[in-house]
Design a protein around this ligand. Sequence first.
Ligand SMILES: NC(=O)c1ccc[n+]([C@@H]2O[C@H](COP(=O)([O-])OP(=O)(O)OC[C@H]3O[C@@H](n4cnc5c(N)ncnc54)[C@H](O)[C@@H]3O)[C@@H](O)[C@H]2O)c1
Ligand SMILES: CC(C)[C@H](C(=O)O)[C@@H](O)C(=O)O
Ligand SMILES: [Mg+2]
Length: 368
Amino acid sequence: MSNPSLLILAGDGIGPEVMGQVIRIIDWFGDKRSITFDVTEDLVGGIAYDKHGVPLHDDTMERAQQVDAVLLGAVGGPKYDDLDFSVKPERGLLRLRKEMDLYANLRPAQCFDALADFSSLKKEVVAGLDIMIVRELTSGIYFGEPRGIFEEGNERVGINTQRYTESEIDRVARSAFELARRRGNKVCSMEKANVMESGILWREVVQKVHDEDYPDVELSHMYADTGAMQLCRWPKQFDVIVTDNLFGDLLSDAAAMLTGSLGMLPSASLGAPMANGRPKALYEPVHGSAPDIAGQEKANPIACILSFAMALRYSFDMGDDAKRVEDAVEKVLSDGVRTGDLMQAGEGKAVTTVQMGNAIIDALNTSL
Ligand SMILES: NC(=O)c1ccc[n+]([C@@H]2O[C@H](COP(=O)([O-])OP(=O)(O)OC[C@H]3O[C@@H](n4cnc5c(N)ncnc54)[C@H](O)[C@@H]3O)[C@@H](O)[C@H]2O)c1
Ligand SMILES: CC(C)[C@H](C(=O)O)[C@@H](O)C(=O)O
Ligand SMILES: [Mg+2]
């Protein structure tokens, strides 16, 4: 059988810095575990625009469709803020998600014990937290038509459309219920059925999927604004949260802070199974290109490294090796190794991105 294939799109800002540490871990698997990945690298985002005039070249899109999994760093940055909307770096990422039809975006928020003191919430609120946000990723207001900025009378109007079909809601709900069965067996679905028709349909379809095929899973519904409040008040009440594209974007950034830093949160974006049985898949940290710290060796590579661990688990059925990487991260955090985002001002000395990578590789070595 051929080696598993990976397409690496490191992107912009801190993307290449954090992805550099993932590449070292991929090499570690080849050297120490004789698990070799066929890796190709390509461009996405602003760096692709600089070279090709578009944030994702068609050839790159085609490669992404062919590999077993795509690993992405981050896209965007102030240099590209004034570009035409159609070629902004973020459009490259959105094209990948849409054309690969990666409808289920898994965003786990787990609070490592060693960081429970560091969260902006009280320790007892976050210690032991382990929730999974399933964000619908290929529809909703991000892609709905009509959209645009139009003339209307003597002024302009900006329009985006929230749109969900029953089948789009059905498939992401199934992903959430399947995940819940392998975790705490609870799903909370979040929408705004009190003000949006798309929310009413969302609630109905999730309930129907539940009643017909997942009656054993505990299901609750919550308005998304209440959900945001409850995530801050008592996040441990949740197991799996399933929600739409925009609410999922907001709620997952909020959940990130429960874990201490946006630099900690990985994600997997999964679609339908390919001919080889593996799902279409893209793995990326939840954070962006962090222009404020890019190029300074300060970025925390853990979100990107944990995204690779998700690839091992969800694309390559290597749950034990995924756990090996997660345990290595846990160990370095308990040893007190911290990038700047995991420290209060004036609290000891932060390690660099590469030093954090070194510590994780040392921990991997001791796991053998
Ligand atoms: N998936 C993606 O590629 C993605 C996601 C979000 C934002 N973006 C883009 O990134 C650019 C910057 O956006 P933003 O500033 O709103 O969000 P951001 O996530 O880039 O940064 C928010 C804050 O978190 C910090 N941070 C983020 N990741 C970190 C890490 N790994 N280690 C340490 N600190 C980290 C940053 O320094 C910054 O202070 C924008 O162009 C935005 O569109 C891209
Ligand atoms: C960069 C942007 C397109 C993206 C989104 O809004 O989905 C980001 O915020 C994310 O959370 O992945
Ligand atoms: Mg976001």
